[in-house]
Write a protein that binds this ligand. Sequence first.
Ligand code: MG
Length: 375
Amino acid sequence: MLARYASDPDRSRGRRHPEPPAPTRTAYQRDRDRIVHSTAFRRLVYKTQVFLNHEGDLFRTRLTHSLEVAQLGRSIARSLGLNEDLVEAIALAHDLGHTPFGHAGQDALDDCMRPWGGFEHNLQSLRVVDALEERYPAFDGLNLSFETREGILKHCSRANAQRLEANEPGGVGRRFLDRTQPGLEAQLCNLADEIAYNAHDIDDGVRSGLLAVEQLDEVPLFARFRDEAVREHASVQGRRLLYEAIRRMLSAQVYDVIDATRAAIAAAGIDDVDAARRAGPLVRFSASMQAESAALKRFLFANLYRHPQVVETTGHAKQVVRELFMAYAEAPGEMGGGFDRRPERPRAIADYIAGMTDRFAAREHERLTGRRLWP
Ligand code: MG
């Protein structure tokens, strides 16, 4: 059922530490299973997507976000004949490197690590699966297939790509130096990520009270489907109307990606994975959907991500991360899990903090500073 341009697990570029194949699972199914059983994956349930974990039980967390990305990705992959298992593995792992408190945590940790090469959550996701998970006797990390690792590393600075390339010549850093694309499954996860958060942030934004449903009038992509839902179900309102509009918007985007991508693949005459890597980005929206999706993203930036209430908690989150970093630098023995015995102290502190859930970070901060920033 796989298209010729799909990633074929039997022709994978393999694992860094060779292992015999599993008797009942393909390489990518095995990668997905390793990710689901990892410690970092379980931590996603208590990590912030946009709203801090303690702000409410029904907001997306990194875990439910990752599951939604996997669902959208698989459904598009099936229609395009791409490898669903690989898409699922990449989607479930794509946010493993996120710090507690979302982007605020990442920015603060990046500042703390400035003299030592900075901190980047996407590179950290790769670091989690390559080095930080401790589950196997013979190697560090999860020893995932090349294609899964390639998909996890969705962006990378030139300096970081050169570092990766020095450690693993011709490996996952290479494409950022050559300016080529990853396989189509990886490209798909990227777009599924965006489709997922644009939709669920509308829902969470309204649920939190920070967005009023009426404000969404200025988002054509949403307003169009809300009006359509009202035309078909005159009495629908409130939460059901919101869900119906979001559902229709999601479906329209999924069908749009399928059609536009199929056309792009055909136009470029792609018939194998490496040809797809050499072509420009092929998994895409149509031009009009791209414009509408960008407008929705701009709306969320202006009205939700930069909402004064979000910005205020962001300030606290940054303070927690900064003060934790300073506290562990002064007293490395306060870190658990043997992190104080690791070489390269600043990087070990960054790894330790990045691995924390929101609530563990808040508790540690209170323990080490005696101050409580949240109720
Ligand atoms: Mg994501």
